[in-house]
Design a binder for this molecule. Structure first.
Ligand SMILES: *[C@@H]1O[C@H](CO)[C@@H](O)[C@H](O)[C@H]1NC(C)=O
Ligand SMILES: *[C@@H]1O[C@H](CO)[C@@H](O)[C@H](O)[C@H]1NC(C)=O
Ligand SMILES: *[C@@H]1O[C@H](CO)[C@@H](O)[C@H](O)[C@H]1NC(C)=O
Ligand SMILES: *[C@@H]1O[C@H](CO)[C@@H](O)[C@H](O)[C@H]1NC(C)=O
Ligand SMILES: *[C@@H]1O[C@H](CO)[C@@H](O)[C@H](O)[C@H]1NC(C)=O
Ligand SMILES: *[C@@H]1O[C@H](CO)[C@@H](O)[C@H](O)[C@H]1NC(C)=O
Ligand SMILES: *[C@@H]1O[C@H](CO)[C@@H](O)[C@H](O)[C@H]1NC(C)=O
Ligand SMILES: *[C@@H]1O[C@H](CO)[C@@H](O)[C@H](O)[C@H]1NC(C)=O
Ligand SMILES: *[C@@H]1O[C@H](CO)[C@@H](O)[C@H](O)[C@H]1NC(C)=O
Ligand SMILES: *[C@@H]1O[C@H](CO)[C@@H](O)[C@H](O)[C@H]1NC(C)=O
Length: 570
């Protein structure tokens, strides 16, 4: 054992401690309950003239102003949001709603370009004076569907790719430390920390996050909400500050699968500015789906076939070990309603791909095959290209950005009591050292991991039973768990495969931190993942409400190192 954990009993019930009064109860909005409501409910309020989008937007802005000094989940509110809401209310009165997102306030992560009064900065002060040439494709589609772009959610600066050492998950220079509404001394995970927390804290109806490896799924799991990480090519990345154009995706954070499906319906499709969306369609892989039609209830589990990739993912990672009993209980309940679950549908060669203790590379894999070998190159080229495409900016290249960050104390966190914690830009330095050269080493590392991850998931999905029967599985069940600072490993393999994954909430630990269950599928199987994710959610119905424990803590940083994490190479 490389780590030791204090064992504790896991409770599936949301905890409310004796003597604690929720300091931030969700007030009614024009007399209507808005706490944890879904999009259909809000649409029915709109339809019956019980609430307007303008009133709802004002209620969310008031709540952001109340909570943000403590939880820092929002970087900036769109000063035009109320005006946009009013116009959408008028339009509804005249011509009816455009669709399910009409008048729905949505926060977008701060790395998703919006051509409005909110600067797009990936959390960094370096981009504060830049202007984007246009909306990102995702923002444009949300507007087209009548959503209100309420503002930008806080995030881990440059999506966790600026610093490796001493970094604090969910921290950005512009937004400060994103905190967890369930327990502010616990981490949020990242990098879409503010998006996920804003949804569960009732600061918006839903939010958009981005993921290179874990950044949608992991913060959703620590917020007790639904997260969908789409297949690369399903949703355009144009106008999104890149982590890695090889494997970045954009996806929803929402309270229900139906809400998430409405958003995925709106933002999916071909975009001339993102070639991956073309490949998806020309290969015939991404036929147009209606994701909200896939939302199901418990009955969908009858006869559905799932696999448990036990090796590593369930057997050794800290979070999985800690929460195993609670998650296995969910499997029993699934079986009781007719699901068929096979054990040991393992990912071949998982020990080459996956750190056995948590998020990150396998320790025994040669360094030249680590993900960072190609991710550093992608980071350099992706950000360089993004900066050059800006309408105006004092910083025009990756090297200029790094130079600015170095001279201006990038990611400097103010601790309580006047202490300063400096993280620096050490990961940017490593990316700079590559010059963005896509040489043989780059392709070797990237293609090796991509192929092994792709075939790994597809092989596990084609399960061969002891008697030789071949069973095609509907999904692989994975733990979405943390234990103390040890984050879940259940993101790296779908990330490198470019495959979709979802997470849904199933419980909460005694420190109040939520955890979830994930489902992995093959390329462009989002409809299936939504079907079975919503069916399991209908069965489990975990609906924990944050109690805002330790809301005024000043604890920082949240460092997610664990003993099994590789040391920084010299
Ligand atoms: C942005 O503008 C402000 C005010 O003019 C200035 O203080 C700051 O240094 C500028 N930042 C960058 C990155 O150019
Ligand atoms: C991380 O913090 C420690 C302790 O404050 C410090 O010694 C170390 O130099 C820091 N590392 C970096 C890369 O800034
Ligand atoms: C996208 O495809 C076009 C046309 O094939 C090509 O010219 C361009 O270089 C591609 N862009 C990227 C980023 O791959
Ligand atoms: C999806 O299906 C639902 C139910 O059949 C329908 O009301 C809705 O218009 C469809 N949405 C799209 C985007 O096609
Ligand atoms: C569950 O879904 C099935 C199939 O769509 C439907 O027939 C049934 O009425 C639903 N049950 C409930 C309780 O909504
Ligand atoms: C799955 O198989 C492994 C290894 O054979 C075993 O240790 C584990 O208990 C099994 N899990 C379940 C849920 O049956
Ligand atoms: C980035 O790399 C270039 C080229 O080697 C070098 O000149 C520059 O000093 C580096 N920037 C930083 C801040 O290290
Ligand atoms: C950077 O941080 C150091 C130490 O915390 C401080 O002395 C210095 O003034 C800071 N520099 C800038 C440009 O903020
Ligand atoms: C919040 O988390 C801390 C550890 O960071 C723990 O000591 C504390 O008991 C937790 N609070 C509650 C109310 O569970
Ligand atoms: C935090 O809140 C508690 C309870 O409201 C209060 O007793 C305590 O003084 C506050 N601490 C700080 C640092 O504000």
């Amino acid at each position: 054992m490389r780590y030791s954990l204090s064992l504790y009993t896991v409770s599936l019930l949301p905890g409310v401690l004796a003597g604690w009064t929720n300091p931030f109860p969700v007030q009614k909005c024009n007399g209507m309950i808005i706490e944890d409501v879904d999009i259909d409910t809000v649409q029915s309020y709109f339809h019956r003239d019980l609430l307007t989008a303008h009133q709802l937007t004002q209620c969310y802005i008031d709540r952001i102003n109340l909570l943000n000094p403590f939880f820092h989940t929002v970087i900036q509110v769109n000063p035009d949001a109320l005006g946009i809401a009013k116009a959408l209310d008028m339009e509804r009165g005249l011509t009816g709603p455009r669709g399910p997102l009409h008048g729905i306030p949505i926060l977008t992560k701060d790395n998703i370009a919006t051509a409005d009064k909110v600067p797009t900065t990936a959390g960094s002060l370096a981009l504060l004076n830049s202007t984007v040439a246009r909306d990102s494709h995702v923002a444009a589609l949300l507007r087209l569907n009548g959503a209100i772009l309420l503002g930008h959610a806080n995030m881990a600066e440059f999506a966790d790719y600026i610093a490796y050492d001493n970094y604090s998950e969910g921290y950005s220079d512009r937004g400060g430390q994103t905190r967890n509404c369930f327990n502010a001394t616990q981490q949020t995970s990242g990098s879409s920390s503010g998006s996920a927390q804003s949804v569960v804290c009732n600061l918006c109806m839903a939010a958009i996050g981005t993921e290179t490896d874990g950044s949608i799924l992991l913060p959703a799991m620590h917020a007790g909400i639904v997260g969908i990480k789409p297949t690369v090519g399903r949703v355009s990345r144009a106008g999104v500050v890149p982590g890695s154009l090889s494997q970045d995706t954009v996806g929803p954070h929402a309270r229900t699968f139906r809400d998430a499906a409405y958003i995925l319906d709106a933002i999916s499709g071909v975009d001339m500015r993102d070639n991956a969306t073309f490949t998806a369609v020309t290969s015939g892989a991404a036929t147009h789906a209606n994701f909200s039609e896939s939302v199901a209830n418990t009955t969908a589990l009858k006869g559905a076939k799932f696999g448990i990739p036990w090796d590593v993912l369930w057997s050794s990672t800290a979070g999985a070990v800690t929460h195993r009993a609670a998650l296995l209980d969910v499997f029993s309940r699934m079986e009781a309603v007719g699901a068929i679950i096979y054990n040991n549908t393992n990912i071949p060669q998982i020990r080459d791909l996956q750190n056995p203790y948590g998020w990150g590379d396998a320790l025994d894999t040669p360094m030249e095959l680590w993900a960072r070998t190609y991710l550093h190159v992608d980071l350099y080229n992706g950000i360089d290209g993004y900066l050059r495409d800006l309408q105006s900016s004092p910083i025009r290249s990756f090297e200029e950005l790094l130079a600015w960050e170095d001279t201006n104390n990038a990611s400097t966190g103010a601790l309580g009591g006047g202490d300063i914690w400096v993280s620096g830009a050490d990961n940017f330095e490593r990316a700079n050292a590559t010059h963005g050269v896509t040489d043989e080493a780059y392709y070797l590392a990237k293609l090796w991991r991509h192929e092994l991850s792709k075939t790994g998931i597809d092989t596990a999905l084609t399960h061969i039973t002891a008697d030789g029967t071949v069973v095609q599985l509907d999904g692989l069940l994975v733990p979405m768990t943390g234990a103390g600072p040890y984050d879940s490993p259940s993101s790296g393999i779908p990330a490198a495969a470019h495959y979709p994954a979802v997470t849904l909430p199933v419980g909460q630990d005694p420190w109040q931190l939520p955890f979830g269950l994930g489902i992995w599928g093959t390329a462009f199987s989002e409809a299936k993942l939504i079907r079975y994710g919503s069916a399991i959610d209908d069965l489990v119905r975990w609906r924990g409400k944050p109690q805002y424990y330790s809301y005024n803590t000043t604890k920082i940083p949240f460092d997610v190192r664990w003993p099994g994490f590789f040391d920084t190479p010299a």
